[in-house]
Design a binder for this molecule. Structure first.
Ligand SMILES: NC(=O)c1ccc[n+]([C@@H]2O[C@H](COP(=O)([O-])OP(=O)(O)OC[C@H]3O[C@@H](n4cnc5c(N)ncnc54)[C@H](O)[C@@H]3O)[C@@H](O)[C@H]2O)c1
Length: 301
């Protein structure tokens, strides 16, 4: 686990969902902090290429890559193309995500559920895994940043149960990954609240394999215009990366929800009564250590 933080100056960066919103703002922020090269990755290859051309005109070494992060072959091709163009990246933001049409959990469209989990969860796993392998092998200080959400910290946003579940999964996935990676590869996950982006419009571009375009909510669009400027979110996210934080908060007000969630956790344990230490025997880390020590295949290396 790395808690030292990461210096963006000279970094080779990959940002998924880089053609819009928080991804585009992350790119602007890493460039501002001296990144050496940027791969703009998006399912919309044209917008990714246009964004890269614009960066190129401003003197940034950039290229656009069309990639559907939910597709294993597409991520494999993208990772290979990025490495051929720039070498192994040292900073990867697994940021692409979608927000499905809202509704009570029991009435959600199965195609929306599949789409949301494929992009927001499998997509983050495919992206981070593809580059983590290369980062581990490279021995250079590197960093992975995921985009979670305030919903993973306890904000009970009714109507978005699967989106909320997907963002808990992003935090869970990266929490484990940071403990598995060697110390030269760090991990952060930002958990933004409302941000003024095009996220609400994404349903109009739901790919054919998930049923094609579906309804967008104008109400969600109006709500989202009240969100934080993506540039401030990106600035706070990169501050968190540079400081070596795992969890990166971007919206101060979210703390009240996180506190409520934590108070609920405390009440759950308080309900068990005083701890006399006897149940430490069930601690999975200690049990696994004992079982592994007794397993000749593990002790043999
Ligand atoms: N906007 C908010 O209020 C908010 C709050 C918390 C977290 N987030 C998260 O921030 C991230 C970025 O979203 P945003 O708000 O900037 O929205 P956005 O719609 O402006 O940007 C998302 C980008 O991801 C791309 N994309 C969608 N599906 C993809 C796929 N399968 N493969 C590759 N690219 C794909 C889109 O083309 C788009 O350019 C998402 O993970 C989202 O869940 C957003």
């Amino acid at each position: 686990m790395n808690t030292q933080g990461f210096e963006l100056r000279g970094a080779t960066c990959v940002v998924t969902g880089g053609a819009s919103g928080i991804g585009a703002a992350l790119i602007a922020e890493v460039v501002r902090r001296g990144a050496a090269a940027v791969a703009v990755v998006d399912i919309d290859g044209q917008r990714a290429a246009d964004a890269a051309t614009k960066l190129g005109s401003a003197g940034v070494d950039a290229a656009g890559f069309a990639c559907d992060v939910s597709d294993v072959a597409s991520v494999g091709h993208m990772a290979q193309a990025v490495c051929e163009r720039f070498g192994t990246p040292t900073f990867v933001a697994a940021n692409a995500g979608v927000f499905p049409p809202a509704g009570p959990a029991w009435e959600l469209d199965p195609a929306d559920v599949a789409w949301t989990l494929a992009v927001n969860v499998t997509g983050v796993w495919l992206t981070t895994s593809a580059f983590a392998k290369l980062m581990v092998a490279s021995d250079r200080p590197s960093w992975i940043l995921g985009t979670g959400s305030e919903h993973a910290l306890g904000v009970p946003h009714t109507g978005s149960a699967i989106y909320t579940a997907s963002k808990h999964a992003v935090v869970g996935l990266l929490d484990v990954m940071r403990n598995e990676l060697p110390s030269h590869v760090g991990v952060s996950v930002m958990c933004p609240g409302l941000v003024a982006t095009n996220l609400w419009k994404g349903a109009a571009d739901r790919p054919d394999q998930f049923g094609g375009p579906t309804r967008i909510s104008r109400r969600a669009g109006v709500i989202m215009t009240h969100g934080m400027d993506p540039a401030l979110v990106a600035e706070r996210a990169i501050d968190g990366v540079q400081a070596g934080q795992f969890l990166v908060a971007t919206h101060r007000h979210v703390q009240q929800y996180a506190d409520e969630r934590y108070a609920e956790v405390e009440r759950a344990f308080a309900a068990l009564g005083a701890d006399d230490g006897s149940e430490q025997a069930y601690d999975v880390a200690s049990v696994a250590a004992v079982v592994n020590a007794e397993d000749p295949r593990r002790t043999a290396g």
